[in-house]
Design a protein around this ligand. Structure first.
Ligand code: AMP
Ligand code: MG
Length: 425
C-alpha cells in the first residue's frame, strides 16, 4: 500500500531542521585566504585608532595661543623649526611663535595644539631661517585627529559569525591579524541518485538526462560557505544506494542527496533512512516546488537532506533547509534569509494550495522593487534558475495573483538576514 504523507508548513519544517544545528570549530588561516570565510572569534582592537594625535592635513603644527592677534592686516610669523612626514616623530618641542611643517598622518609634535593647512599660510626665508605666516586666529584642537577618535583598544571590531569582506580584511590588517580565526567549514557531501543520469561530459543518450543537480548543489554549498564533497551519482538500485549513503555519512558533516525521495517505484531514500536508523523529521512539506523534500537525522545528530530530483525543487530545498544549517555552523546568529516586499510585474494565475516559491528577478524601478518570474514555473525546469535572484513567496491558500499586487520575496542571494526567525523580519 502506498504510504500516506502528511504535509507540514514550511515554517515548521525549517524549525524542525534548525534544532539540529551545530557550530563549527576554529581554524587559523592567513589573512589573504580569509575572504568570504566566517570569523570564529570576536576581533578586538589591539590599539587605539588613531594610535596617537595626528595631522589630517599637510600643514604646520603650532600653538593656538600664538595666533590670537592674527588678521588679514596683521599676519603673524612663525619660525619653522622642523619638517616631518608621516611615520616620523619630531624630537623638537614647539615654543612660542614656532611651527613644525607636518604632513598628513604625522604625529603632532610636543608643544603643538593645532594644525593649519598649508594652503592658508605663506612661507619665506629670513636670515637663513625658514618662516611661515598666517592671517587668522585658530582654536586649540583645530585640525587634529585625536588618539582613539575612531576606536579604542579592546573594543570588539568584528563579531564572530561575520563574513569576511574586503572591509573586514582592512580591520584585520589594522589590528595585526596576520592569521585569522575562521570557522572550519562543514563538509557537505553531495550525491545524486537516478539511473537516468549522465555525467556532464557524456554525449546525450536516448531517455537519459545530464546530471545538473550534482554540480548545482555543489556550487550552492560552496556559495553558502560549506566545503562540498562530490560523492558522484548512484543509480536507482537499493543495495548500491544504501552502501553509497552508508559510506558517505562517515566522510561528511552533512549529507545531501538529490532524487529518490518521492513515492515512486525507484525512490529508495525513505527505505535507506529507515535501514540506517535515522529519524525522519518530515517527508512532505506544504510547498511548491519541493513538496517531497525529506530530512532525516541519524542517532548521532547528523543531518541527511533528501532533496527532490527536480532541479528547481532541489534548488529551493537547498536554500530553505540546508543553507541555514551551513550558516549556523559558521556561527551566523541570523541564518535565515531576508525578505522584502515587491510589486509583481506579471499575472500569476495559478492557485496556491501549498506555499509557492516562484523563481524571480528582483529589480529596482526608481525606488520601487519589482519582481518578475524568470521562466517556466515547473519544478522540473532547469533553465529558469539562472536568472533568478529571489523567490516570490505566495502563501498557501491563496488564489492567483495579478500584475501590480504586492508580494513577499525571499532574497536567497543574501547570506543570512537580520532576523532570528524565518519569515519575520
Ligand atoms: P526524482 O526526485 O528522483 O523522482 O526525480 C525527479 C525528476 O528530476 C526526474 O525527472 C529526474 O529525471 C530529475 N532528476 C533527478 N535527479 C536529477 C539530477 N541530478 N539532475 C537533473 N535532473 C534530475
Ligand atoms: Mg529518481
Amino acid at each position: 500500500m502506498m504510504e500516506r504523507r502528511q504535509p507540514i508548513p514550511v515554517e515548521e519544517a525549517v524549525k524542525r531542521v534548525i534544532q539540529y544545528k551545530k557550530h563549527g570549530k576554529v581554524e587559523w588561516v592567513p589573512l589573504k585566504d580569509s575572504l568570504d570565510r566566517f570569523i570564529a572569534k570576536d576581533i578586538l582592537a589591539d590599539h587605539d585608532v588613531p594610535a596617537f594625535d595626528r595631522s589630517p592635513y599637510d600643514g604646520f603644527a603650532l600653538r593656538a595661543e600664538d595666533t590670537k592677534e592674527a588678521s588679514s592686516d596683521h599676519p603673524i610669523e612663525f619660525e619653522v623649526i622642523d619638517h616631518i612626514g608621516a611615520g616620523i616623530v619630531s624630537s623638537k618641542t614647539i615654543g612660542p611663535f614656532q611651527a613644525i611643517r607636518i604632513m598628513t598622518g604625522a604625529k603632532i609634535p610636543a608643544g603643538a595644539n593645532v594644525v593649519i593647512m598649508i594652503e592658508l599660510t605663506k612661507t619665506f626665508e629670513k636670515d637663513g631661517k625658514s618662516f611661515m605666516s598666517l592671517k587668522r586666529p585658530l582654536q586649540e584642537g583645530d585640525n587634529i585627529s585625536r588618539q582613539g577618535e575612531e576606536t579604542v583598544k579592546g573594543r570588539v571590531m568584528v563579531k564572530k559569525g561575520t563574513k569576511v569582506t574586503p572591509g573586514v580584511i582592512a580591520i584585520l590588517a589594522t589590528f595585526g591579524y596576520a592569521v585569522v580565526p575562521v570557522v572550519k567549514k562543514p563538509v557537505v557531501g553531495v550525491m545524486s541518485t537516478g539511473t537516468e543520469l549522465l555525467q556532464v561530459s557524456d554525449t546525450m543518450v536516448d531517455g537519459k538526462i545530464r546530471n545538473s543537480n550534482l554540480s548545482m548543489v555543489y556550487a550552492q554549498v560552496l556559495q553558502a560557505g560549506g566545503e562540498p564533497l562530490d560523492l558522484g551519482g548512484v543509480s536507482d538500485d537499493f543495495d548500491q544506494s544504501f552502501k553509497a549513503v552508508k559510506a558517505a555519512v562517515s566522510k561528511v558533516d552533512v549529507l545531501i542527496t538529490t532524487g529518490g525521495v518521492s513515492v515512486g517505484d525507484f525512490d529508495f531514500l525513505p527505505a535507506i533512512y529507515q535501514k540506517l536508523g535515522a529519524e525522519v523529521l518530515f517527508n512532505k512539506v506544504a510547498m511548491r516546488p519541493g513538496s517531497v523534500t525529506t530530512v532525516a537525522v541519524l542517532p548521532n545528530g547528523q543531518l541527511l537532506f533528501g532533496l527532490s530530483g527536480n532541479p528547481a525543487a532541489c534548488f529551493v530545498g537547498f536554500e530553505l533547509f540546508v543553507k541555514p544549517i551551513i550558516l549556523s555552523w559558521c556561527l551566523k546568529d541570523s541564518p535565515f534569509p531576508s525578505f522584502a516586499e515587491a510589486t509583481l510585474t506579471h499575472d500569476f494565475p495559478k492557485a496556491n494550495p501549498f506555499t509557492r516559491f516562484v523563481r524571480a528577478k528582483l529589480q529596482f524601478e526608481g525606488s520601487h522593487l519589482r519582481a518578475t518570474p524568470t521562466g517556466l514555473d515547473k519544478s522540473s525546469a532547469v533553465t529558469s534558475i539562472a536568472d533568478a535572484n529571489c523567490f516570490i513567496v505566495l502563501p498557501r491558500g491563496t488564489r492567483g495573483f495579478q500584475a501590480g499586487d504586492q508580494v513577499n520575496v525571499l532574497l536567497f542571494q543574501d547570506e543570512g538576514g537580520g532576523s532570528k526567525c524565518w519569515m519575520t523580519n
